[in-house]
Every structure is written in structure tokens, then in C-alpha cells.
Design a protein around this ligand. Structure first.
Ligand code: C2E
Ligand code: MG
Ligand code: MG
Ligand code: MG
Length: 273
């Protein structure tokens, strides 16, 4: 009896494993086609200056416009993109599309920074810096308007390889943001050595800051620390007026979140700004 049960249990896992593998392969195939067939779209979320209250930048966020299944969000496909290496091609597409849009806005008199998320796999490509320079020149988008956002944890795990790349990017005029700041554990140790311009406080800190004095103290300290290091600080995930006021009091530089706007498509950007 036990033996039979054990065997069926094994079979069950085996089948589940195979199903998951197939689903992943299927997703990978779909994603590859989506990149080739231009089924990706960028949505843009405004980043607002806390003093003037005006939009000074946009963060480009990728979506997969599936012909049958509708709009898919990064949490549904980013892990497959990362693990399969498709993130490299996807990242190239995203960078080019964002720079093209940034240039279009400039030509219409809208001077906005464009923030583009970059995965560490992309950054570690041997020719990444050259590719960025190429896209900037081909789209005629001035490098000073481009910000590349890199997630803190992954950057620190690849510290020694990443540093020279970040330096090279900054030397061509691109700004570097440390995304999801505070979610890593060794951040303070490395913070002084990272060649960065901007810190983005992860939204998990904001969420708790209104309920707990201790959480509020952490946000306050992050803003102060960033300023001591002469970095610009952006708070992500600002959803309430109360949070915005709190950040304004702390002299946080910029905010981004549903309070101002959800990420919107290209056409809506013109209505917003
Ligand atoms: P992220 O770079 O930290 O982007 C912020 C995420 O928070 C976005 O989710 C945005 O829609 C969401 N968000 C903004 N304001 C609020 C708010 O007030 N409340 C809440 N609850 N959420 C808010 P999204 O677009 O689903 O993207 C998730 C993550 O996927 C991004 O986090 C980024 O790490 C990654 N990602 C998105 N686009 C790209 C891309 O083109 N390339 C790469 N490598 N990663 C990307
Ligand atoms: Mg980001
Ligand atoms: Mg973030
Ligand atoms: Mg994030």
C-alpha cells in the first residue's frame, strides 16, 4: 500500500514538474515572438518634483500586449525573460522605444527625463555600454535625459563587474538610479562606493510610514542619508496625500505613485503633462 502510494506521489510530482516545464517553455516561446512581432508596449509613470509639483520625468514600464490574453504585467513574465536570457533583447527594445519617445517629447517642447529599468543580466553584457551609446545616438536622445534604474540587491551581488560599467555609463552622461532601495541587506556598506546619482526608496517603506513611527524614522533617515551623499532621492509608491506631505516635510526630492498617476500609455502622457 505504502509503496503504491509512494509511487503515485512520485508520479504526481513528475507530472506537475513536466507541466510547469512545458508552461515555461510555452511562455518563453510566446515572449520571443512578442519581442519579434512588436507585441510589447511601454507604459509611462510620471515622476514629480515635490517643490514645484510638476512632472520632471517618466519611468518606462514594459507590458506584453498579448493578441488573445490581453495586457500582461512584468510580474507575469519577467522571471521567464530573465532566466531564458530574453531579457537582453527585451531590454534593447525597451531602451530604444523609451529613447524614441523621450526624443518625441523633447521635439514637442516637453523636457522630461526618461527612466528605464535595466536588469543585471543586461548590464553584464560585454557590449552593454556601447549598445546604450548606440541607441542614444540613433534616436538622437541626449544622454543627460536618460536614467538607468538598477535594482539594489542584484547590483551588489555583482559589485566588482558592475562598477566599471556604471562609471562608463556616467561618463557618457547617463544617470544611474538605485531602484528598490532598502530591500537589500548590505546597502549601507556599498552605498558610498557605488557610482550612482539617484536613490529610489522602495514603496514597502512608504506603505508602513503612516502607521508606525519607527517606519517613518527609517524613511526620514534614508532621505537624510541620500542627501548627505549628495544623491537625489525619489520615493516610489506614493498613494496618499498624507504620504506626499510627509515626504515634502523631509525634503525628499521627487515622488512617484498612484496618487499622481498610474503608469499610462503614450497617448495619455500628453494629457497628463
Ligand atoms: P519598479 O521598477 O520598482 O517599478 C515600480 C512598480 O511599482 C511598477 O510596477 C509600478 O506600476 C508600480 N507602482 C507605481 N506606483 C505605485 C503605487 O503607488 N502603488 C503600487 N502598489 N504600485 C505602484 P510594474 O509596472 O508592474 O513593474 C514591476 C517591476 O518590473 C518594476 O519595478 C521593474 O523592476 C520591472 N520592470 C518593469 N519594466 C521593466 C523593463 O522594461 N525592464 C526590466 N528589466 N524590468 C522592468
Ligand atoms: Mg524602476
Ligand atoms: Mg522600484
Ligand atoms: Mg520593484
Amino acid at each position: 500500500q505504502a509503496k503504491r502510494k509512494g509511487k503515485s506521489c512520485y508520479q504526481w510530482f513528475q507530472e506537475r514538474f513536466e507541466q510547469q516545464m512545458l508552461a515555461r517553455l510555452y511562455m518563453e516561446k510566446g515572449l520571443r515572438e512578442a519581442i519579434a512581432n512588436n507585441h510589447l508596449v511601454l507604459h509611462y509613470q510620471p515622476i514629480v518634483d515635490l517643490v514645484t509639483g510638476t512632472a520632471v520625468g517618466l519611468e518606462a514600464l514594459v507590458r506584453w500586449q498579448h493578441p488573445e490574453r490581453g495586457l500582461a504585467f512584468p510580474d507575469q513574465f519577467m522571471s521567464v525573460a530573465e532566466e531564458s536570457g530574453l531579457i537582453v533583447d527585451m531590454g534593447q527594445w525597451v531602451l530604444r522605444a523609451a529613447c524614441q519617445f523621450g526624443k518625441e517629447l523633447l521635439d514637442n517642447g516637453k523636457e522630461l527625463n526618461l527612466a528605464v529599468n535595466v536588469s543585471v543580466k543586461e548590464l553584464l553584457q560585454a557590449d552593454f555600454v556601447d549598445q546604450v551609446a548606440l541607441v542614444l545616438s540613433e534616436t538622437a536622445f541626449p544622454s543627460r535625459y536618460l536614467e538607468l534604474e538598477i535594482v539594489e540587491t542584484l547590483l551588489i551581488e555583482n559589485f566588482s563587474v558592475a562598477i566599471p560599467k556604471l562609471r562608463a555609463l556616467r561618463s557618457i552622461g547617463v544617470q544611474i538610479s538605485l531602484d528598490d532601495f532598502g530591500t537589500g541587506y548590505s546597502s549601507l556598506h556599498y552605498l558610498t562606493e557605488l557610482p550612482i546619482d539617484i536613490i529610489k526608496i522602495d514603496r514597502s517603506f512608504l506603505a508602513g510610514a503612516m502607521e508606525s513611527n519607527k517606519q517613518a524614522a527609517i524613511v526620514e533617515t534614508m532621505v537624510a542619508l541620500a542627501h548627505r551623499l549628495q544623491l537625489t532621492v525619489v520615493a516610489e509608491g506614493v498613494e496618499t496625500e498624507e504620504q506626499r506631505q510627509f515626504l515634502k516635510q523631509l525634503c525628499c526630492d521627487k515622488v512617484q505613485g498612484y496618487l499622481i498617476s498610474k503608469p499610462v500609455d503614450q497617448a495619455k502622457v500628453y494629457e497628463l503633462i
